[in-house]
Ligand binder design. Structure first.
Ligand SMILES: C[S@@+](CC[C@H](N)C(=O)[O-])C[C@H]1O[C@@H](n2cnc3c(N)ncnc32)[C@H](O)[C@@H]1O
Length: 286
């Protein structure tokens, strides 16, 4: 069955839509990720995963054309742009942003990060996948779906509870870097640089001239205090006059976002797109 799946992308696309089968198939063929050209399959695998802090990895192609346009105008004014795209999930929108800048003849140092970019896999009777915090994300036994904490079949809920109680393995058989193949290629060529960055903990001092934080610091995910902590870390990471783009895509696909400039340790409002960021009250009172 695995052989058929690998050779037949339309079969894989169908399978990837079936929650109880997708992880089994996709993990089995994970070494071949770079060869999978189907975005339907990739999107399912990368972005349906819910990580332990309840944020989702949902992202998709062509999400920010409006924001890329304005961002490139801002970056054009910068001498040696150093960009950081935070919490990028599969990174597809970073790759598109990078390509857009290159089309506009804008060179930059482009960094991407996502705390849960890596998944650690332990094979066994139950093959288990863990996130960066050692939490069980999903598991399967044989070719049967076993566990995904977000799919509520009574049996899977029970299995999830049981498996979660087991000791986390001390070492893993392999790890997956959950980036889109376009992103992996750009990482290999050095066009994009992957860095470890936890939005609540990592402190980088005055490095970036442009920081993008989309669809992570949402009030649905984190409370005001947590958002504040993350924003302070981001502010530290920005050079004087650097620009922050922050916001959220709504259920209709509209980007509500704001641009802010760092001046004297504050974030000064530059421009809103659509309704602006839902956390503008926090940003402006940092
Ligand atoms: C909804 S996705 C946003 C993807 C992309 N920025 C976009 O807007 O299309 C949120 C991402 O935040 C990441 N994430 C969650 N907690 C994080 C943390 N503490 N630090 C950094 N990234 C985190 C998740 O792994 C997930 O990939």
């Amino acid at each position: 069955m695995i052989k058929i799946a690998l050779k037949n992308i339309s079969f894989l696309e169908k399978v990837s839509k079936i929650p109880i089968l997708k992880y089994f198939f996709i993990l089995k063929i994970s070494e071949k990720f770079n060869e999978i050209s189907s975005d339907t399959v990739l999107e399912k695998f990368y972005t349906d995963i819910y990580v332990s802090n309840k944020t989702s990895k949902r992202t998709y192609k062509n999400r920010f054309p409006d924001l890329n346009e304005i961002s490139s105008e801002i970056i054009k004014e910068q001498k040696n742009p150093v960009i950081h795209d935070i919490a990028v999930s599969s990174g597809i929108s970073s790759s598109e942003f990078y390509d857009f800048l290159i089309q506009n003849k804008l060179n930059s140092d482009f960094y991407i990060s996502d705390k849960f970019a890596e998944i650690f896999v332990k094979k066994g009777f139950f093959t288990k996948a863990f996130d960066a915090e050692n939490n069980l994300v999903f598991a399967y036994a044989g070719c049967f779906f076993a566990v995904d904490k977000n799919i509520y079949f009574p049996l899977t809920v029970l299995l999830h509870k049981i498996l979660k109680k087991q000791k986390t393995p001390e070492n893993f058989d392999y790890k997956l870097l959950l980036f889109h193949p376009d992103v992996l290629k750009k990482i290999n060529t050095g066009e994009l640089k992957f860095i470890n960055y936890n939005i609540f903990q990592t402190k980088i001092s005055e490095k970036f001239t442009f920081v993008r934080v989309m669809n992570i610091l949402n009030l649905g995910y984190f409370n005001g205090e947590e958002v504040k902590t993350a924003l302070k870390n981001i502010l530290i990471s920005m050079k004087e006059n650097a620009v922050l783009l922050i916001g959220r895509t709504n259920s209709e696909g509209i980007n509500n976002a704001g641009f802010y400039r760092k001046q004297n340790k504050k974030l000064i409002h530059l421009k809103d797109i659509n309704k602006g960021s839902e956390i503008k009250h926090i940003i402006e009172n940092l």
